[in-house]
Design a protein around this ligand. Sequence first.
Ligand code: TYD
Length: 135
Amino acid sequence: MNITMMQFQKHGDDRGALVVLEENKNIPFEVKRVYYMYDTTPGEIRGKHAHKKLKQVLCCPCGACTIKLDDGKEKAYVRLDDPTEGLIVEANIWREMYDFTPNAVLMVLASDYYDESDYIRNYEEFLEHVNGEKS
Ligand code: TYD
């Protein structure tokens, strides 16, 4: 499956580093919501859902975690461990996040407000939604 990674420009000088994220510029949608997860319990798997319409950009500005993406046919794995990298997750992709380092902060920029009706939280339902069949 196609993975779209983004490389953010790093503004660095002897004081440190800075990354800028702007809607409809280096983030390819209008950003309605930002959230982040941290203090993730060791061994925990987060996510385990897909969205019907929502688009997201995932970035680990601190620490690292692994993202599993599944389009219903193929799976892909991305280690997010660089504050200058982002991962685009389109709609209708099952995602799981795991192997968080203790200091990891996983930041998510989302194209819409929180809406539980946009979630598919059951994997069989997800397969049916994307493939039109159970498997
Ligand atoms: P949840 O969807 O379980 O996180 P994960 O990405 O691991 O699936 O969200 C955890 C809790 O936070 C849940 O009670 C819903 C709430 N929540 C909001 O209220 N707004 C949000 O934007 C998000 C992402 C979650």
